[in-house]
Write a protein that binds this ligand. Structure first.
Ligand code: ADP
Length: 241
């Protein structure tokens, strides 16, 4: 479980997040939505431990990460898979090397064992026989798949997705949404998806958390979310219609 307790984050005078309280349960997919500049990425970066909160606590299972050293956080991060916006693949490495990267860095598995895992994980995201291609030979959707294969190579307990459908056309967005749902079913992880795409959020998530101007203004199931009367929520639904 992830637990965010009374978390605020200031950049200078500016409060990017104000007193956030949020629990994300085992096995659920939570979509974090909100307009540009609302604080979604800041919340994601706090949960991954890339930045520290100005106030409050962040629990990843039994670990409170907000004051951890880089070395300590690296260990907790092994439980996490991350699929970043624009895929963040290493351009100079082949697809296979990209997927293998964490396994080479953090395990003592043999080359043949790693190759086998890479093949399995690529298959799981619907890609086969692409190990020797370079990232620049792939479409945007394929890059996202490779990025997901890399994220699940470690059998993480949590997968974070940062704007997984950005830069993709609607058909590819659909496919990536389906892949997120399938991966969730297969691995039974916690999935946290940061998105400004409400349609996508409704499709993939069990619950939605909406951030508005640094404050968490609503957290509820997709069904209940549609009934919320707050004009800030309604506006967000209207904008994406
Ligand atoms: P979102 O992901 O919803 O677009 P962000 O979390 O990126 O929003 O940003 C929230 C607010 O915090 C914005 O006003 C942004 O300008 C500010 N912010 C984010 N990161 C930094 C930073 N490193 N330094 C200063 N301000 C930042």
């Amino acid at each position: 479980m992830i637990k965010i307790k009374n978390v605020s984050k200031y950049f200078g005078e500016k409060a990017a997040l104000k007193n956030i309280n949020l629990e994300i349960y085992d096995g659920e997919t939570l979509a974090i939505i909100g307009g540009s500049g609302s604080g979604k990425s800041t919340l994601l970066r706090l949960m991954i431990g890339l930045i520290q909160p100005s106030e409050g606590e962040i629990w990843i299972g039994d670990d409170e990460i907000s004051k951890m050293t880089e070395e300590q956080i690296t260990k907790v991060r092994l439980k996490m898979g991350m699929v970043f916006q624009y895929s963040a693949l290493f351009d100079s490495m082949s697809v296979g090397e990209n997927v293998a990267f964490g396994l080479v860095e953090h395990t003592k598995l043999s080359e043949s064992e790693i190759k086998k895992i890479v093949r399995e994980k690529l298959k799981q995201v619907g890609l086969e026989g692409v190990e020797n291609l370079m990232p620049n030979e792939l479409s945007g959707g394929m890059k996202k798949r490779v990025s997901l294969a890399r994220a699940i190579a470690f059998e993480p307990e949590i997968i974070f997705y940062d704007e997984p459908s950005s830069g993709l056309d609607p058909i590819m967005t659909n496919k990536i949404d389906e892949l997120i749902i399938e991966t969730q079913r297969a691995l039974k992880v916690i999935s946290v998806v940061v998105t400004h795409d409400m349609v996508s959020a409704c499709r993939i998530a069990n619950r939605i958390a909406m951030i508005y101007n640094g404050a968490l203004i609503a957290v509820d199931t997709v069904e209940n979310f549609k009934k919320i009367n707050d004009p800030r929520v309604k506006e967000f639904f209207r904008v994406i219609d």
